[in-house]
Structures are given as structure tokens and as C-alpha cells.
Unconditional design. Structure first.
Length: 114
């Protein structure tokens, strides 16, 4: 039964540490680190996908909670992907036309400390 007064309700909440969600963006390692940042990055060429299971928000971005190591790994992967796209003269998202030239802010749209 949940307590009725606000302070008791807050004390009743399960305050647990949030773990890194790197496996959600295709990481094949089993990261057990604590999440340190909230990362929002554009779903290049898939940003208009409306399926509920895609986890793409209404801005066409994925949002994950990551540790700093996995943020670094994601930044490298995004940069490598952009190099390949830019080598063939493609500097925009294939679905919405948003810029896709630079890692930040074009693809890694927002990184916030938790």
C-alpha cells in the first residue's frame, strides 16, 4: 500500500542506480557501468519510422542513458559512419533532409550529465 503523504511517498520509491543502456544501441559488450549521461542522437535514414518498438522519439532521435566509455564508443561509431556518407557526397539524413556532416550537433544532438 502506498503512503498518502508526499514525503512518505517519495521515501517509498525505489531509488536505484541506473545502468548504462549501451546494449540498446547495438553494443555487443556487457557493460555494467553506471549511466553518466543522457544522449539523444538522430536516427539517420530511419527518423520517420513510426513503429512503437523502434524507440525513436517524435523528433526522429534515439535517447539512451550511457556511461562515459560507451558515449565515447558511440561518438567514434557515428563519426566513422559520417565519414563514409560524406565520402560519397551525402551530407543529409535520407528521410528528413537534416544536416549530417558533423558528429555534433548534427547526429549527436544532445548530451546531458545525469
Amino acid at each position: 500500500m502506498m503512503p498518502t503523504d508526499d514525503l512518505a511517498a517519495i521515501a517509498h520509491l525505489d531509488w536505484k542506480t541506473v545502468r548504462c543502456q549501451c546494449e540498446m544501441h547495438g553494443c555487443d559488450k556487457d557493460c555494467k557501468s553506471n549511466a553518466a549521461v543522457q544522449v539523444e542522437f538522430h536516427a539517420l535514414d530511419h527518423c520517420n519510422t513510426q513503429a512503437a518498438d523502434t524507440k525513436i522519439n517524435h523528433f526522429g532521435n534515439y535517447t539512451f542513458l550511457l556511461c562515459l566509455k560507451c558515449l565515447s564508443d558511440l561518438t567514434i561509431v557515428v563519426a566513422q559512419h559520417l565519414v563514409r556518407l560524406n565520402m560519397i557526397g551525402r551530407y543529409t539524413c535520407g528521410t528528413c533532409g537534416a544536416p549530417a556532416r558533423d558528429t555534433r550537433p548534427d547526429v549527436l544532438r544532445e548530451v546531458k550529465q545525469l
